[in-house]
Design a protein around this ligand. Structure first.
Ligand code: GLN
Length: 297
């Protein structure tokens, strides 16, 4: 089936295949053509960057060449590298992805950072209990469990398929005995109390979704993107639920879309949560993580 396209890279050295692939991706107007070419080639060959350099002169087999062409065609058709490989690094940890999970974004590491800052100020006797609402691949929850060795966490999702992926990720990261996953709407099936509740909910206004890049609009699950008319549907649902399930002194930390932080704080304050610190900015300077605390009665 791939014979037509199978030929271009066959017999080429690793280095010339890398250059040819980068040129093809560049010609398709892909911004990260060089980087994508290295990662896709490395994945086909099972080599990291050092390996690609060390073996630069080694020719590609026909099977490798044909897999590389398939990867190239998918990337050129708009599929993100993470989806092609089925895996993405988040917080320095590998996460397996499925069609039901968002590709974890570097921006979302801001949520982990803020949650850890808040957690480190806490002095409680018991091991921390964490909930992640809409856990997807489990990225936020598992990053936190990785950082807080005695914590226990529950991730929820509407998608069973996402939960299977999250559970597999927990097992692969050696966190299965401290992570549980449950299918429900937001926190509906949870009782708490939790010391920390985190979430990266869907927050894109519905009408904006068709304007997103092809990588996002055609490959990320819309359930994980679509925040309703104004983008705030999920916050309106989850903030009161989370508030009910927080322990006194516990914190809620959520991701915000660009320009949404102030309105999210208003929703948190309306739920009688206390805004005790400013939102945390991501590397682009966007207020990305918003937190509030439940005050003791
Ligand atoms: N950060 C994602 C994006 O910009 C959106 C994820 C979400 O809605 N939570 O595409």
């Amino acid at each position: 089936m791939t014979r037509r396209m199978g030929s271009p890279f066959t017999g080429q050295s690793i280095e010339s295949a890398r250059r040819a692939l980068a040129a093809r991706l560049k010609a398709a107007q892909l911004d990260e053509a060089e980087q994508d070419a290295r990662v896709l080639l490395g994945a086909v060959l099972g080599l990291d960057l050092t390996g690609l350099i060390a073996q630069a002169a080694r020719p590609l087999t026909a099977a490798e060449a044909s897999r590389l062409v398939q990867h190239a065609e998918r990337r050129i058709a708009g599929e993100p590298v993470a989806r092609i490989l089925g895996t993405r690094e988040f917080w320095g940890l590998p996460f397996r992805l499925s069609e039901a999970t968002l590709v974890p974004r570097p921006d979302t590491e801001t949520v982990v950072e803020l949650a850890l800052e808040i957690f480190r100020e806490r002095n409680a006797a018991h091991p921390p209990r964490i909930a992640d609402i809409g856990t997807g691949s489990g990225a936020i929850l598992l990053a936190l469990l990785h950082e807080i060795p005695d914590a226990f966490g529950i991730g929820t999702d509407l998608s069973l398929s996402a939960l299977v992926t999250a559970r597999d990720n927990a097992a692969a990261l050696g966190l299965a005995d401290r992570a549980a996953f449950v299918a429900c709407s937001y926190a509906a099936a949870l009782s708490g109390p939790f010391d920390l509740i985190v979430s990266n909910p869907p927050y894109i206004p519905s009408a904006e979704i068709p304007k997103l890049s092809i990588e996002v609009r055609e490959h990320d699950p819309h359930l994980a993107l679509d925040g309703g008319n104004d983008g705030y549907d999920a916050y309106r649902a989850l903030i009161p639920q989370a508030t009910d399930r927080l322990a006194p002194g516990g914190a809620l930390v959520v991701e915000a879309g660009q320009g949404q932080a102030r309105n999210i704080e208003t929703l948190m304050a309306a739920a009688a949560l206390s805004l005790d610190r400013p939102p945390k900015a991501d590397l682009a300077g966007i207020s990305r993580a918003v937190s509030a605390r439940k005050m003791p009665p």
